[in-house]
Write a protein that binds this ligand. Structure first.
Ligand SMILES: Cc1ncc(CO)c(N)n1
Length: 219
């Protein structure tokens, strides 16, 4: 069995919970309240720079030049493609990025982004991979699944096409090849899987936070 299959097996139950979440069901049938999507997009504006930082930390620590290149390129792609999408989606809500960033990052966003930056900077390289790979992979699997259904709402369809589209799918295929080519010890694999489960949980929580339009409960 390839290591990627073992990794997916550790996350599959959470992935299924993600697909059943009303946020994602609402994306495809168009019933998702626009305010929930707006919350999601604003949180992405906060999250993506830290995601790009976490990828850059993986690049800095990668064991061979091809891996350095991959993570550095993916860090740049996050800003060029995903962050640009967020800026355009914000514009569709009549918001500019500077304004959007004035409203605070929600607790789940702070928790998830901090977890990624910390694990990718301070963990072992295997732990860093465990934290970062599910971010790509879950989005790619969700995008692929949702692409088959699309959405009657053009804004939601646009989001789905970005993550279900060929470019994003190719990006993820590349990182999974890299993962399978590394020779990790049994202990490293175990640590990686543990971090991956935490990331998968945060992925569910990120959508759930948007659905609830999460905010700080005090102050
Ligand atoms: C919360 C979150 N996780 C993963 C990705 C994939 O890049 C994203 N854009 N946002």
């Amino acid at each position: 069995m390839r290591f990627r299959d073992e990794l997916w097996r550790a996350m599959d139950g959470i992935y299924r919970q993600i697909l059943r979440h009303p946020f994602l069901e609402g994306l495809t049938d168009g019933s998702l309240p626009r305010e929930a999507f707006r919350h999601y997009v604003m949180q992405e504006a906060h999250f993506l720079p830290d995601y790009a930082r976490a990828l850059a930390a993986c690049a800095a620590r990668a064991p061979h030049p091809q891996a350095v290149h991959r993570f550095a390129a993916d860090s740049a792609r996050t800003v060029e493609v995903e962050h640009s999408l967020v800026v355009e989606l914000l514009a569709a809500f009549g918001l500019d990025e500077v304004e959007a960033l004035k409203s605070p990052a929600a607790p789940t966003t702070v928790g998830y982004a901090s977890y990624l930056v910390r694990t990718c900077s301070l963990g072992t390289f295997a732990e860093a991979l465990g934290a970062i790979v599910p971010c790509y992979w879950i989005y790619a699997r969700v995008g692929e699944k949702l692409l088959a259904e699309s959405s009657p709402d053009p804004l939601y369809a646009w989001w789905i096409e970005t993550y279900g589209g060929e470019d994003y799918q190719d990006t993820v295929a590349g990182v999974l090849d890299l993962l399978d080519d590394l020779s990790l010890s049994a202990e490293e694999r175990e640590r990686l899987l543990e971090r991956a489960v935490t990331t998968a949980r945060f992925e569910w929580m990120f959508w759930d936070a948007a659905w609830r339009q999460e905010s700080w409960p005090c102050g």
